[in-house]
Design a protein around this ligand. Structure first.
Ligand code: ADP
Ligand code: ASP
Ligand code: MG
Length: 406
């Protein structure tokens, strides 16, 4: 008997028919004699709609109340999923994050799971029930509801799989695996049979929405393989594993993008030790996640410091930058709300020195200006104009011949 965690994303539970189809998949697993935990996201675009609703009242709503609001989306799905499973004749029970005991820290809207109390889950599984758990949500030690960041249901699923020592963690979604690029942008993108945790973590961190980066991080730490597969087609998906077979000729695994970035620049900052530490310290205290950091060589004892943030955090980051501007006696703060990032990821980047030059040349040939560059051992990222993202992804994908042959 295996223990299987099956996660269904928003599109996969978008309407009653899709919920019934997902329930049937869970029942099939249960009938094979397996213990089954189902994790669900909110239906369709529910989370976006809830956020929009709050913004009609206040364009900077309090984070605690946003988590209270957003968590309702997943609560609807778990109840409907449990009803659908029971309708198929198998006992089921739904739990919210707080009911199961998914304990997180208190950082609303991007809480991190600290520990999971598996007692109630094990008890229900022991009674032969399919257990349905709300993705994306948890609870603090003070009993406040938190959410794990957009796309966080993947993280709930992987964290439960680790806590329960599951044999499989299946992520059912609206694509049938991880591709060399977002198949919505690059039509001839190729499905990968396997990808390493390291590569998947880089892809997810720079925008490949298919998996939440924290989910990959947890899976890598605990060595739990993830299977990304289609909710709608019964075909093998992509296995995210510790090590894929070494294939000498594969240098690049994929291209990813993030089109929702803002660049904030602090201009005319005094050039002395401790300034960057103080400025980024203020941002860190406020839990702002920083992307790229660019510091220009200054003149007359003054520097310019720029950094990127997710556009959703632009307002908050700008407010902190303006306060820092005054405190640090800098000259000005400016914001650019139309930047984006395109990245290539692959373990072969370590040993193939030509990758960066080829990426930059492909962008140049297509008249796409690179505004700044960052790298890791297995990734190269360029900041570009938002309007050029789709074209940039396609030309880089073509440059490295990642697609299916036409
Ligand atoms: P879910 O609601 O099931 O969690 P998401 O919308 O979060 O689904 O993630 C699936 C989407 O991720 C796909 O529809 C696809 O457009 C996008 N995506 C981005 N990059 C990739 C990639 N490299 N491979 C597959 N899908 C990707
Ligand atoms: N419903 C949440 C969101 O839209 C969590 C998820 O889908 O994974 O971000
Ligand atoms: Mg998702």
């Amino acid at each position: 008997m295996a223990l299987v965690v099956m996660k269904f994303g928003g599109t996969s539970v978008a309407d009653p028919e899709k919920i019934k189809a997902a329930a049937a998949k869970a029942v099939r697993e249960h009938k094979k004699g397996n213990q089954v935990v189902v994790v669900v996201s909110a239906m369709g675009h529910t989370t976006d709609e809830l956020i929009a609703l709050a913004h009609k009242i206040n364009d900077d709503p309090p984070a605690r109340e946003m988590d209270m609001l957003m968590a309702t989306g997943e609560q609807v799905s778990i109840a409907l999923m449990a009803i659908a499973i029971e309708t198929l004749g198998v006992p089921a029970i739904s739990f919210t994050g707080p009911q199961v005991g998914i304990y997180t820290n208190g950082v609303y809207r991007k809480a991190r799971i600290r520990h999971i109390n598996d007692e109630r889950l094990r008890e229900a599984l022991g009674q032969g029930k399919i257990v349905v758990v709300a993705g994306f949500q948890g609870v603090t030690d003070d009993n406040d509801i938190t959410t794990l960041g957009r796309g966080g249901s993947d993280t709930t699923a992987v964290a439960l799989a680790c806590a329960l020592k599951a044999d499989v963690c299946d992520i059912y979604t609206d694509v049938d695996g991880v591709y060399t690029a977002d198949p919505r942008v690059v039509k001839n993108a190729r499905k990968l049979k396997k990808i390493t945790f390291d590569e998947m973590l880089e892809l997810a961190s720079v925008g490949a929405q298919v998996l939440h980066s924290r989910a990959v991080e947890i899976a890598a730490n605990y060595g739990v393989p993830i299977h990304v597969r289609s909710s709608f087609k019964d075909v093998p998906g992509t296995l995210v594993v510790k090590e894929a077979e070494p294939m000498e000729d594969i240098v690049i695994s994929g291209v990813a993008y993030n089109r929702n970035l803002s660049k904030i620049s602090l201009l005319g900052v005094p050039d002395r030790p401790g300034i960057a530490a103080e400025f980024f310290g203020r941002l860190a205290e406020n839990h702002i996640v920083i992307g790229m950091i660019i510091q220009n060589v200054g003149t007359h004892g003054l520097n310019d410091i720029s950094f990127t943030v997710d556009r959703a955090e632009e307002k908050k980051a700008l407010k902190i930058a303006r306060e820092a501007c005054k405190a640090l006696k800098a000259k000005d703060v400016i914001v650019d709300s139309n930047v984006a990032k395109v990245s290539v990821v692959g373990v072969g980047i370590k040993s193939h020195t030509e990758v960066a030059a080829r990426m930059f040349a492909a962008l140049a040939r297509n008249n796409i200006n690179i505004e700044s560059i960052t790298t890791s051992e297995i990734r190269i990222s360029c900041l570009i104009r938002e309007s050029e993202v789709d074209r940039a992804v396609k030309v880089i994908h073509d440059e490295f011949a990642l697609g299916e042959a036409a």
